[in-house]
Every structure is written in C-alpha cells, then in structure tokens.
Write a protein that binds this ligand. Structure first.
Ligand SMILES: O=C([O-])CC(=O)C(=O)O
Ligand SMILES: [Mg+2]
Length: 231
C-alpha cells in the first residue's frame, strides 16, 4: 500500500520541539497520560549513528522486512518529502543493512529531516560525514535485497512504539520519541513546564556549588518532593 504523506506539522510546534530534549518530550507524554508504550520513547537499541545528531520532523512511515529496501527507495523518490522523518519498520531484521550513505545522501538532498530504522544500516563513516541524522539498531555491511513494495504511510511499529504518518518524531543523543499528532500541543505545554522545573533545579544546584566554593552556609539541595517523601 502506498499512501500520500500526512500534512506537515505546523512550524510553530516544530520550533518549540526543537528547543526541548527528547527526554523532556517523553516527560511531556508521561504527564499527558497518553497510553503509549514507554511514553512514546523507542527501545534503547535504537541509537543515533553518532552522538550530537538531532532531528525533529513529521513522520513518513515505511513498512518492510527481511532486509528489503525497495520500499525505502519508493518512499524516497515517490513521496513529497521535505520536512519529514522517514520512520522504517524493518522488524529488527539483523542479517542485512536496510540502507547506507547513498540513500541517506539522497534523502538529505531531498530535504528529509532524518531517518529511524528498526533494523541495521551501513556506510557508517559516510553517514557521519553527511551529518544526516540516522537512528538505527547498529551496523552490518551485508547489502539489502530489493524485492517487495512493502507499505508507505501506514500505521507501523518502530522500536516498540506505534507510529502513524503525521506524528511528531524527535531524536537526540539519548534516542527517539514519538508524539501522536493529536497530542502535540498538550505534550509541548507539559514538556515546557518540566523544562522550567529543570532550569530552577539547575539554579539551586549551582547556588549550592557556589556556596560550597566560597565556604558559605549551604542551601537546601534536595528538592521539596524528596523531603516530603522522606518524612
Ligand atoms: O546499496 C544499498 O541499497 C544500500 C546502501 O548501501 C546505500 O544506500 O548506500
Ligand atoms: Mg552504500
């Protein structure tokens, strides 16, 4: 099945998401009480090809298996793709790489924001040189097959999380999370609240560090909720 790509997520939401870590976005999903495995956070096995890679975009989904990358080629060249993150359900297939730096380079040239592979990739050095954000389960040099059409833009599972075309996908050095489209505004509000809490905590920790350095009386370092739980 080959479906049209979902409408791009509004820029104002994408910009807000870019100012938040993936950890904060997952905290937002948790606070919103959305029934999503691991708060939308993909399995730890899905890692950035290099630390420092970050991406935020609208999900374009691909479903394949058996190390077959024909569906990835279909999605790359046949769907309008600027602003999308290609999320590939490769069923964790371990014996072949789904893609390398040629497809990645093409995706980058077209304007994809990044790629997530529930499976393995190759051409790691070339991928790092491109600076194209890719998240995968690891690397294997063995080449993909090109055979079946698979599915493009259908509901998939990637890294244990349900992904629909049009969902928000974000990645950083910690990993990848997915926010279902209908919850984006609510999750961003809650993630920003958590960010405000974290900024406040960092200030307290810095004040403690400063007092200790200067031999001053030490301020309370433990958060109030910890003190309440100890009581
Ligand atoms: O040959 C392939 O299909 C996968 C690959 O290594 C690339 O895209 O660079
Ligand atoms: Mg290659």
């Amino acid at each position: 099945m080959f479906n049209k790509s979902a409408e791009l997520i509004e820029q104002k939401y994408l910009e807000r998401a870019r100012n938040l870590s993936v950890a904060l976005l997952c905290d937002g999903v948790k606070k919103a009480n959305i029934d999503l495995r691991n708060n939308g956070c993909m399995e730890a096995a899905i890692k950035p090809v290099a630390p420092g890679m970050t991406m935020v975009g609208t999900a374009l989904t691909v479903q394949t298996g058996n190390g077959d990358n024909f569906p990835i080629h279909l999605a790359t060249y046949s769907a309008p793709s600027e602003g999308y993150v290609m999320v590939i359900d490769g069923k964790g297939f371990e014996s072949r790489a789904y893609c390398g730096d040629l497809i990645m380079g093409a995706c980058q040239a077209i304007g994809f924001e990044g790629m997530v592979v529930d499976g393995y990739t190759r051409d790691r050095e070339g991928n790092i040189k491109l600076g194209f954000p890719v998240y995968s389960k690891g690397f294997i040099p063995n080449s993909p097959i090109k055979k079946d059409e698979g599915n493009v833009n259908t509901e998939i599972f990637c890294g244990g999380v349900k992904v629909n075309p049009g969902d928000l996908v974000a990645g950083d050095s910690d990993g990848v999370c997915v926010i279902p489209r209908e919850y984006i505004g609510q999750v961003l509000d809650l993630a920003e609240e958590k960010l405000a809490y974290e900024i406040d905590r960092s200030r307290t920790i810095e004040a403690y560090r400063e007092a200790k350095r200067n031999g001053k009386e030490l301020p309370q370092l433990a958060p109030q909720w910890v003190l309440d739980m100890i009581k």
